[in-house]
Design a protein around this ligand. Structure first.
Ligand SMILES: Cc1cc2nc3c(=O)[nH]c(=O)nc-3n(C[C@H](O)[C@H](O)[C@H](O)COP(=O)(O)OP(=O)(O)OC[C@H]3O[C@@H](n4cnc5c(N)ncnc54)[C@H](O)[C@@H]3O)c2cc1C
Length: 326
């Protein structure tokens, strides 16, 4: 249980930056994240990919950006709660909210929802025995590249992530085989061109039928989806990049006005319930863009307006951070 000024739901880039900004406004902050790590999509879905559209960073990996946001947030004593899923938010009175999770009940004077694309999970590989090898050779995210050093890697998928992972792993792994059930890849032309020039072995239009191996993964059975021809290849790791299934999860049941699975907010980033604010991918308003840079703007707007909601005598403007002594 905690009793804080602001409870932030979701530890993605918008939530991390909001938590930092809460500290800037002298607000006590509890940040609740359902995953075992901070960073949201950056850390969970594409940690090793480069991001090119963050102001001030010509190029930064998603993992590094998540780490920098974490470091920036730690300027302040934010109460970070990982592996904790928010199930319900109840407004008891003005400036009195109850945030119910699967582990505790938190009390807050304002709430900011930064739940992104909600509880997300990867679309599973539909192949024989695949469940038996999860986290034992079968991966849904690449994570640390080093763990693939000198290994025979098979990547299943045909989108940007599959192609990018194939290119990133090529210089590290012993071999990389990219299996895609269609003839054409749904990836940037530039990446596909690099793929054609690389040593990545492309198997199209093929699919993974099953996995075998005694104590750990040893072989993958492949099938040509047009001819029906089958082939078994030796593998140490299979990386599946078939996209993600996401749902707003419990957020849709909190009585907030929603639009197409997102939370409707006004120009103060306030939801239809006064005192509950939102920022990042989860928000909806005319002209909304689901970009990290946009979430970085929405987070301070939400926090500063939450500050005024908590203390109507407070100024909306935080002043300039360059005047802070830290
Ligand atoms: C492959 C890929 C590449 C991308 N590249 C770019 C790019 O180059 N540039 C760019 O601007 N954007 C990019 N994006 C999009 C970008 O990652 C998102 O816009 C950004 O992550 C949104 O941040 P967020 O904090 O709003 O939400 P998220 O990153 O989705 O984080 C939300 C967090 O909230 C948590 N959560 C949800 N519900 C609950 C709950 N009930 N209780 C507790 N925790 C909860 C989730 O577990 C998650 O960690 C990319 C996305 C992908 C998938």
């Amino acid at each position: 249980m905690s009793d804080t000024d602001i409870v932030i739901i979701g530890g993605g880039p918008a939530g991390l930056f909001a938590a930092f900004y809460g500290g800037m406004r002298n607000a006590s902050v509890t940040l609740i994240e359902s995953l075992p790590q901070l960073g949201g999509q950056l850390a969970a879905l594409y940690p090793e990919k480069y991001i090119y559209d963050i102001a001030g960073f010509p190029k930064v990996t998603a993992k590094e950006l998540a780490e920098r946001l974490d470091e920036q947030m730690r300027h302040f004593p934010v109460n970070v709660r990982l592996n904790e899923r928010v199930l319900q938010v109840n407004k008891l009175a003005e400036r009195q909210f109850e945030v119910v999770t699967d582990r505790a009940v938190h009390h807050a004077r304002a709430v900011i929802i930064t739940g992104g694309i909600g509880m997300f999970e990867p679309r599973r590989l539909e192949a024989k025995n695949s469940e038996a090898y999860e986290e034992n050779g079968l991966h849904y995210t690449v994570g640390e590249l080093r763990r693939f050093e000198g290994r025979k890697v098979l990547i299943s998928g045909g989108g940007d992530s599959a192609v990018d992972w194939a290119l990133m792993l090529e210089p590290i792994a012993e071999s990389v085989t990219l299996v895609h059930r269609r003839d054409k890849f749904r990836a940037h032309e530039h990446s596909v061109q690099k793929l054609l020039e690389s040593t990545v072995l492309m198997k199209t239009p093929w699919e993974v039928l099953g996995l075998t191996g005694e104590k750990h993964l040893e072989r993958a059975l492949l099938r040509n989806v047009v001819t029906g021809e089958t082939e078994e290849i030796a593998v140490d790791d299979v990386v599946v990049s078939h996209g993600f299934i996401s749902a707003p999860g419990p957020i849709a049941d909190w009585g907030l006005e929603m639009s197409g699975g997102s939370i409707v907010v006004d120009s103060r980033m306030e939801t239809s319930i006064p005192g509950i604010f939102a920022a990042g991918d989860i928000t909806s308003y005319p002209g909304k863009l689901k970009l990290i840079a946009v979430g970085f703007g929405e987070a301070p707007t939400a926090v500063n307006n939450a500050k005024v909601y908590i203390d109507p005598s407070a100024k909306l403007s935080p002043g300039h951070s360059s005047h802070m002594q830290r």
